[in-house]
Design a binder for this molecule. Sequence first.
Ligand code: ADP
Length: 418
Amino acid sequence: MNFYLGIDYGTSGARGIAIDETGCIQAEVRHPMKMSIADRWDSALWSLLAEIPESLRREIKAIAINGTSSTVLLCDATGKPVDAPLFYNDGRGAVVLEQLQSVAPANHTVLSATSSLAKLLWMSQQLFFGEAKYFLHQADWLAFLLHGQIGISDYHNALKLGYDVEELKYPEWLKKLQIPIQLPQVLPPGTPIAEIRPEIADKFRFRRDCLVCAGTTDSIAAFLASGAKSPGEAVTSLGSTLVLKLLSQKRLEDARYGIYSHRLGDLWLTGGASNAGGAVLQQFFTNAELESLSCEIDPSKASELDYYPLLKAGDRFPINDPHLPPRLEPRPNNPVEFLHGLLESMARIEAYGYELLQQMGADKLNFVYTAGGGAANSTWTAIRGRCLKVPVISSVNAEAAYGTALLAMQGVEKEKVA
Ligand code: ADP
């Protein structure tokens, strides 16, 4: 039997999920850790591998790893980090934005203080840069530890480095920055890179022909886990914020709304994120209250309350207005009515978001999977179904590690066909 291992380095820790050829989970392991301490990335990887039952490790045919998008580091020629990595939300790149604007096309996704390219440009102006040979994303470096070939990435991680995912090459404008560093070679996510290093195979009793594949980012891995596959299928993540992803035949880019597309084989994963979301619900209700009060709402009736639930002023998608004020009035005395208004208003924002993506040319929405803390709320699901006018169900699996295991499996299958 062949098994496939997906490893997820998310914001709260590392996880591993091994699946069989039918997609059934055979093992699930976790390693909680503070992601801000990078010198523990490798030890977390070794302990995750060690926790997988040995009998199963021997059957693993391929491994892929996802990291947080735009968490990056510099390494020397041997792959040793020359300084601490910059994490996904590190905004030090703000100081190089003007320089980036002078070379990158207007509204390009690299034009953000937290983009991988802004981080690289900032790093290139630091003293430690002299020791650096390679620039890598978190997932690239972790995979390198397993396969030993330094300098390889995938086109999901490389999008915010400026890699042209349509032409499959680094664009000419990037060269104008003249950053003296080896940029990673970019492969389609899931592509087998090499067999696992023999010393690691022997130490952990993996088979010697176990393949290590190109990885992806944590949010794309969660999309892959959802079960969505065809154009028109979408995944809404109801976490602290409201994140929409719609699979489409057309690529969408509109920096005004924070909309960009990831390449997914022959399709495009289009999407946007609103600041409205579960964090606002948490301001007013505990999770237990959310559950009990939701049971008292009649989801078949529309709430008349028209809110725009935000923690602070400003949203980008689906309304692009940095000054948009939170709208949470009038507030009824009855908490059931208030919660109904909040859930209904967020469902309207979600519906408007998908409408906007379709207006811009995305495929017609026909199915919505749901992930995140709000996915378990069946009342909200029913309200959203009424507003979206398409079937709404929970994701098949919400774990990024599961999506990455599927990616490893599909990568190996594709290789066989080719
Ligand atoms: P993130 O990873 O984005 O922080 P999660 O996916 O863990 O978020 O989801 C947490 C959010 O889910 C919280 O903001 C909370 O308000 C929301 N949530 C939890 N339980 C419910 C519920 N029963 N109904 C609606 N929302 C809920």
